[in-house]
Design a protein around this ligand. Structure first.
Ligand code: SAH
Length: 234
């Protein structure tokens, strides 16, 4: 057997922002493993919503439930089980696809499973996708970085001091996973509202898409999981 297990990037939320190559790979799959979480009213999965909108055969989609806890071990247990299930189906000659939102290699813990297959000697192939911050830039119509400017993408673990050092240096900052640094961001907005533009996004590419640069509104927000900020010097 030498056909690969495909890791398909789904893009940030708008079903049309998947690549043609990604879509064709989904259409040929026997089994698609798809991340989900357990909500109050059942399973929640943006990845599943994207694939349903693309008319992917629902019976081929197998959700795996990721825990909401921040304990990495909890997620690793889920990924280890996913690895074993996918490996067993692969050995039965099935066409296996594993999906991830945005780009599957950009702050995407599914890379752990990719690496495990690689170590086992099973061929893997990853199809690139549009990361959320690139789609956010398009929504806002902004030139994310230009000329000699530099950008720094950070995962929401930054302190106020780290953020302000970057802002003072004229760095363009993309902050993902906002809920973990809500306090630092609120403090930065108070300090730098006149020196920097804060582009705030939620749920880019979905029906709940939201964009504002109004610092009063951003300051009053409790950031949801699918939110990000792009901070640019004025
Ligand atoms: N692989 C993804 C990133 C996953 S990390 C990518 O390439 O974009 C999860 C973080 O991505 C979220 O906390 C949020 O900051 C951001 N994100 C993902 N999709 C988003 C969306 N549709 N709108 C806004 N932020 C999003």
């Amino acid at each position: 057997m030498n056909h690969p297990i495909h890791f398909v990037s789904l893009g940030p939320g708008d079903p049309e922002l998947i690549t043609l190559k990604g879509l064709k790979t989904l259409q040929k799959a026997d089994i698609i493993y798809c991340p989900a979480t357990r909500g109050k009213h059942g399973i929640i999965s943006r990845a599943m919503d994207i694939m349903k909108a693309l008319d992917i055969n629902e019976s081929s989609i197998h959700p795996f439930i990721l825990p909401m806890s921040k304990e990495r071990m909890d997620a690793l247990n889920v990924y280890n089980e996913l690895f074993l299930n996918a490996q067993a189906e692969y050995l039965r000659e099935k066409q296996i696809v594993i999906v991830a939102e945005g780009d599957a290699g950009f702050y995407s813990s599914i890379q752990y499973v990719y690496d495990k297959f690689k170590e086992t000697g099973i061929p893997v192939d990853r199809i690139a996708g549009i990361p959320a911050f690139i789609a956010a830039g398009a929504l806002a119509g902004i030139h994310i970085v230009k000329q000699e400017e530099q950008t720094n993408v950070i995962p929401g673990t930054a302190s106020f001091d780290e953020l302000s050092a970057k802002i003072e240096n004229g760095m363009i900052i993309v902050i993902m996973k906002l809920p973990s640094c809500q306090t630092a961001i609120h403090a930065c907005i108070q300090q730098y509202a006149d020196k920097a533009i804060f582009h705030y996004f939620e749920n880019v590419g979905t029906k709940k898409e939201y964009y504002t640069t109004d610092t009063d509104i951003i300051h009053s927000k409790i950031f949801p999981y699918f939110s990000l900020l792009i901070i640019q010097p004025r």
